[in-house]
Design a protein around this ligand. Structure first.
Ligand SMILES: [Ca+2]
Length: 202
């Protein structure tokens, strides 16, 4: 596999400064969902990629800068970018649609959900990543999602256990009732026998 020259990567890094700040997507998510969402939805650092903190450009090692350059050069889908300033969801977006398409969608951020794989659910909470993008919930946190959707998915996932537990409870109550009835009959029988004995042997 051909290795991209560090000089080319550096040129790409410098030449594409606008691609790593994407307020259009953030504004859309906040407006569409009505939720307060920070940059950690897609980035490593909740304050975004610019700065010197962990997960920000100013904090990267030379090797991480090289990875960043490669990720920014991932113009087509399926190039498996490993950008150190993006989290799993951010890299998933770029891998799914490519950097070029992503840049185009800055003019129509509402369309991003339609371009993401419909069956992708990175946190396995039953809510697709694309839906979480629209809802402003975190695609990497399974406890974060629209409550009704989480409830429905939990119910569906645990339906068998719920049915088994309910069945065991019903059977247990049914058995207990018959057991108690059995005790009651036995006690009554003993009392009747005693009464009969008293009558026969007063
Ligand atoms: Ca999810």
């Amino acid at each position: 596999m051909m290795r991209t020259s560090p000089i080319i990567l550096l040129v790409l890094f410098v030449a594409t400064p606008a691609l790593h700040a994407n307020p259009e997507f953030h504004r859309f998510i906040v407006k569409n969902s009505g939720r307060s969402v920070d940059c950690a939805l897609c980035h490593v650092n909740r304050d975004g990629p610019e700065g010197t903190g962990p997960g920000q450009v100013g904090h990267l090692t030379p090797a991480e800068l090289e990875k960043l350059g490669r990720a920014r050069a991932a113009l087509a889908p399926g190039m498996k970018p490993e950008s150190p300033i993006l989290n799993l969801f951010g890299n998933h977006i770029i891998n799914s649609i490519g950097k070029q398409k992503f840049a185009e969608l800055r003019l129509a951020p509402e369309q991003l959900a339609k371009t993401l794989p419909k069956d992708s659910d990175l946190d396995h909470d039953g809510i697709p990543d694309a839906q979480e993008y629209l809802d402003g919930t975190h695609p990497l946190m399974k406890s974060d999602g629209r409550p009704w959707l989480l409830f429905k998915n939990n119910l569906r996932t645990n339906l068998l256990q719920i049915l088994l537990a309910t069945g065991a409870t019903v059977i247990g109550l049914f058995g207990l009732r018959h057991l108690l009835n059995g005790f009651a009959i036995a006690v009554n029988t003993d009392e009747n026998d005693e009464d009969e004995n008293k009558e026969q042997h007063p």
